[in-house]
Design a protein around this ligand. Sequence first.
Ligand code: HEM
Ligand SMILES: *[C@@H]1O[C@H](CO)[C@@H](O)[C@H](O)[C@H]1NC(C)=O
Ligand SMILES: *[C@@H]1O[C@H](CO)[C@@H](O)[C@H](O)[C@H]1NC(C)=O
Length: 547
Amino acid sequence: MDRLSDYLTSPISIVLLAVCGLAYVLHSRFSNNGALPDLPWVGKADDQLFAEARASIASFSNSRRWLNEGYTKYTKKGLSYIFPDFSGTPNVIIPREEIKWLIDHDDRGVSVSEMHHEQLEGAYIFTDPYLLERPFHEDVVHKALARKIGLLVPDVQDEMQNAMDDVFGLETEWREVCVFEAMMKVIARVSNRMFVGLPLCRNEEYLANASAFAQDIITDIALFSFIPKALKPLLAPILTIPNRKHYRGTAKHTLPLIHERLELMDRKARDPSLDWQEPNDYISWHINLARAENNVRELDPVLISRRLMPINFAAIHTTTFTITNALFDIVGSRSAADYLAGLEEEAHRVFAEEDGKWSKPGLAKLVRADSALKDSMRISGFMTRAISRKVTHRITNEKAGWSLEPGALVATDLYSVHMDSEIYPRPDEYDAFRFSRPREEFEQSQKEGKLNERSKDEVLRLKNTGLITTSETFLPFGHGRHACPGRFFVSTELKMLISHLVLNYEIEPLSERPPNKWFGPNVIPPMKQTIKVRRRKESAATNGTSH
Ligand code: HEM
Ligand SMILES: *[C@@H]1O[C@H](CO)[C@@H](O)[C@H](O)[C@H]1NC(C)=O
Ligand SMILES: *[C@@H]1O[C@H](CO)[C@@H](O)[C@H](O)[C@H]1NC(C)=O
């Protein structure tokens, strides 16, 4: 025994062990790559030792350059290539011509949920691996949200106006607000009006914990990308202590509500005359779907309270980044004054037509606000890749003559498509009314009686240029049957937010657009930058409707 321990502690063994350890770590970090098809890479120097590992690490600071290179050399010409992702698993990047081929595959062959499970570290960071193993909450949002959004509009308006008034204030003096922080508060609150309803959506402690949890997830995803796969199970319990604490901070408030809801829904089912109206929120949608599907496990109150965490994560940062970008794009543009005036004119006109009460058809008239958001999502999106999928059964691209083996990650590059001048003229320029100008011009010529046979098709085509319509050239919400089901809510709340802002506040244009920052393949908006706003004196007129 003595000899063995002597042997193990000798300098040479320590060096040997360290080398083996390092080899194991590198191997486990970059082990998925055997299954890749024979496609060209960007960013990999084949003649280097550990070429793949080095490319993976270098991709953190070269994403933008390599996406441009991949687009020019391959995807623009309809060809696929391999992008060395920082996580260690390279992505096969397909051209937009092949999106349909990819998303037409069965979920069992090409999986979104497996991708989420892998990219979002589902096994470790959401407090219970089952949440992303079987993402029932996604079914709930898919099945309920688009149908219920019309009924939700008055609630969203009420919450939006109250939250905006709290955050931007009612005093008619100029004040400076941090855009990201202010928007985070408003979005967390308005989203939770839909998830848990009143009064919990205004509870500071609950909101702080739900937002902190969403932030934990982002931090963990970044941290975990530096950790070798083999060490993740060991480090996860320590790194996710805050996640569990913040979950408990929400469960303290959500659990009693869920228990009560289950009981009231039971009583109402037994006695329809019961004087209680089922709230239109995620908790009700979840319980109704679980009952309809006879899914007993999903009726567990603790599981429901946990499901609210990935839902909050899906909603809060995505929407906050989006509106923060949109406000900076508008206010930081050379045409800021014109954009603000155009948005205000529209909001004023439509709000009056709608008698100060938003509805789904009323919001559909806000074509300028819609366009201002859409062009911002095009030019300032926080994700550069879309339709990310994990292959679970071998699939073959007959036309191009290659196959993907189980384990391969596939995606498309939306950044380059959004910046392609053949698709979007003057792509580097934020043009708030890029998509609304043709719609308004068409409506104008309709009014003037300049109609022709083509007009009907044209109405349809122009309608489909709106924010919620996904396509192979507009991908921030993905595309196909897994496209983001939250986008109907996003378009409702953000059009309302912009209208409320321009109707009630003057905003000082910025001399330039504060730049976004690239972190690996993600693009983060400025989080500290402020804007100056002043409540309009005449907004007393709308004050009556907001309280
Ligand atoms: C501006 C804000 C948002 C953006 C940019 C966004 C973007 C996305 C994207 C890119 C996907 C993946 C689609 C695909 O792989 O094809 C997605 C999925 C999803 N989003 Fe959103 N999202 C936003 C807001 C929301 C909100 C508010 C909710 C919640 C109500 C939500 C719920 C979901 C769910 C449940 C999925 C999974 C769908 C599936 O896998 O079938 N999202 N989102
Ligand atoms: C979360 O909830 C706890 C109580 O459970 C509270 O003490 C804390 O301040 C809340 N906020 C944050 C950000 O953790
Ligand atoms: C808004 O209405 C409230 C209550 O009616 C009033 O106290 C407040 O002064 C009004 N604010 C503005 C800016 O007019």
